[in-house]
Design a protein around this ligand. Structure first.
Ligand code: ATP
Length: 237
């Protein structure tokens, strides 16, 4: 079920509210513009006027939230597949950014809807630049730069179709079928990076890729460490 609105504060907030009111799995809400789009840790998502694709998708799983580690990477894989098929050489930055070259093309924000116990419902938010986004606080890329001129409607349909298929497979088979493909699209394989937690010390090392749960394998001076996506940001060293 797809809804399109002219303007809203945040499609994620809208869909979270709908989930709380009992909405069934599979609702997608797209907005022409958002007045308070957000990213992780309360950061802002700024969409270029008329040239951004922003949507949120409600998905209900039968499993508990503990089984959902790797979900944001699955979403990244699904989006990256579609964009590469369209001719854009998009790569993934762990845990869930899409890059064109070294610049951010799209962000993913996954929020838990409702109870953390019992079956889990999530809202998957995607913001993607079709046109240049201007000054958004970090170098940003646009799909147009890769020569992709597909219409927003066609692109949204392709992304949602691929996402639904990937989420179905993830629900049935877990993260394992996605590990090698995520690794294939990894932007910074074997590159030096820094993992910066929201609190505490940054950790430097080589990005070795991901493990079977989707954690980042980081080769530090003290050996290999697994980094979980929760509260960290990744930068190039
Ligand atoms: P980071 O991308 O900095 O590693 P993150 O993955 O936590 O952090 P997101 O939650 O995906 O970030 O998105 C928020 C960040 O994305 C903002 O802090 C801003 O730097 C950047 N940003 C905001 N709007 C755009 C946009 N249209 N295009 C690219 N980047 C954007």
């Amino acid at each position: 079920r797809v809804e399109v609105v002219e303007e809203t504060a945040s499609t994620n907030s809208d869909v979270l509210a709908r989930a709380a009111a009992g909405e069934a799995s599979g609702l997608a809400r797209l907005a022409e513009s958002q007045t308070a789009g957000r990213g992780r840790f309360g950061r802002r998502w700024l969409a270029p006027l008329g040239g951004g694709l922003t949507f949120s998708l409600l998905w209900r799983f039968e499993c508990g939230v503990g089984q959902l580690s790797g979900l944001s990477l699955v979403v990244g894989v699904a989006l990256t597949r579609v964009l590469n098929r369209l001719g854009a050489p998009v790569r993934l930055k762990w845990p869930n950014d899409l890059l064109l070259g070294e610049r951010k093309l799209a962000g993913i924000l996954i929020e838990l809807a409702g109870d953390a116990l019992g079956p889990s419902a999530v809202v998957i938010g995607v913001g993607l630049n079709l046109l240049p986004a201007g000054d958004v606080g970090q170098p940003a890329a646009a799909l147009r730069e890769a020569g992709v001129t597909v219409s927003r409607n066609v692109l949204a349909a392709a992304l949602l179709t691929e996402l639904a298929a990937a989420l179905g497979q993830f629900a049935d088979e877990g993260f394992a079928p996605f590990q090698a493909e995520w690794q294939h699209w990894h932007a910074w394989q074997d590159e030096p990076v820094v993992v910066a937690p929201m609190q505490g010390e940054a950790l430097a090392g080589l990005a070795l890729g991901i493990d079977a749960q989707g954690a980042l394998r980081l080769l530090t001076s003290e050996g290999e460490r697994s980094v979980h996506a929760g509260e960290v940001s990744l930068r190039r060293l």
